[in-house]
Design a protein around this ligand. Sequence first.
Ligand code: ADP
Ligand code: MG
Length: 136
Amino acid sequence: MSNLEETLSIIKPDAIERNLQDQIKSEFNKNGFKILEEKKIHISKGEAEKFYKVHESKPFYNDLCSYLSSGPIVVMKLQRDNAVLENRKLMGATDPRVAEEGTIRKKYGISIDKNSVHGSDSIENAKIELEFFFKD
Ligand code: ADP
Ligand code: MG
């Protein structure tokens, strides 16, 4: 039984800055994801604050929002079987130092704050996050 899902991926400013966009997109393609929609945008700090509202109470919230709005990002609607979980697996742990071999964060991440990619963490949040960037 297939369980086709959609999830949100973001290639973050540190990766765009290092020109890793095509390499990261090919990781998704190699791993069976279809990129249904994508756009390169530069969001404001206010938009980043809205997007990361769940982290409002965290000590790193302000830096996180400054960072996500510090340069262009690529937002993508990804589709495959179990896309939410499979994308989290392909990304690896939040901290690239402990991310598993072969994961995007292990390969390309610089540090816990500059970890190259975002991915929705649940089906419910995927819907909310896709709506945030791709409301038709
Ligand atoms: P993930 O991106 O793996 O879902 P979280 O949702 O916990 O991780 O955190 C969102 C983002 O906030 C992370 O990707 C990372 O960029 C940043 N972040 C998380 N924890 C820390 C931390 N301890 N210090 C600095 N930045 C952090
Ligand atoms: Mg998260």
